[in-house]
Design a protein around this ligand. Structure first.
Ligand code: NAP
Length: 203
């Protein structure tokens, strides 16, 4: 994708955020710093096309993400997918953002986990996604080397592997801990932990 010299660089942090945790926040901050992004917009998937197991309501995942980013001036959260009734397709989200005069000329960097990116050919309109943004794929150091070659060339050239020492936290593990009655302290921001307990999520 061509990159205009002075275009605003905006990170789009896509994820189910079920729940959001320090791994996501650290990945967004690393991406912001390393790609010199102006800001990062978190977009919790409202009705993810690909999963439903123990999925907290979209409104709760939006609220938790909003609580999680409170102390970072570079982060914001968008309701763009939370408010959409039908499936949350990434290409539609990117198209909607591009129609917003604030972002028409911006360079969008869609940040997500490398595992998710490896599956991108099964997403709706992967070519449209590749034309609308660069894809910042977050993974552990050394993880991408052989895997990236499995992506088709037109997708691969938009992917920026962002290798970083990831915090070993996953949404699946957090939900399991909650079901087992174990603590999630220091894995998610205190405000998110409080929200999960008060709302009785994931039990
Ligand atoms: P996922 O399969 O749950 O995530 C794969 C891995 O990446 C997990 O380990 C996950 O950690 C991690 N991860 C997810 N988002 C991340 C982020 N922003 N930064 C760092 N690590 C991240 O994938 P997902 O979260 O459901 O989906 C990722 C994005 O792809 C979402 O925006 C989703 O809407 C989009 N997507 C679109 C389509 C489509 O358009 N058809 C299909 C699939 C996905 P955790 O488990 O801890 O979150």
């Amino acid at each position: 994708m061509e990159t205009a010299k002075d275009a605003l660089k905006i990170g789009i942090m896509g994820g189910t955020f079920n729940p959001v945790h320090y791994g996501h926040l650290r990945a967004a901050e690393e991406a912001r710093e390393r790609l010199s992004l102006e800001k990062v917009i978190f977009i919790p998937a409202g009705n993810p096309p690909h999963k439903s197991e123990n999925l907290a309501p979209a409104e709760d995942r939006y609220n938790m993400t909003l609580l999680a980013i409170q102390d970072c001036p570079y982060f914001s959260v968008s309701r763009i997918e939370t408010d959409r009734q039908d499936k949350s397709y990434t290409f539609e989200t990117l198209e909607t953002l591009k129609k917003n005069p604030e972002y028409t000329k911006a360079e969008l960097y869609f940040i997500t986990g490398f595992d998710a990116v490896l599956d991108i050919i099964n997403w709706k309109s992967p070519e449209a996604i590749a034309a609308l943004c660069r894809i910042a794929a977050v993974s552990r150091p050394g993880y991408t080397q052989d895997k990236i070659s499995s992506l088709p060339e037109n997708i691969r050239r938009t992917v920026i592997p962002l290798e970083m020492p990831l915090l070993e936290i996953s949404g699946t593990e957090l939900r399991r801990r909650i079901i087992d009655g174990k603590s999630i302290k220091y894995l998610v921001p205190p405000s998110v932990e409080k929200y999960i307990v008060e709302k009785g999520l994931y039990v």
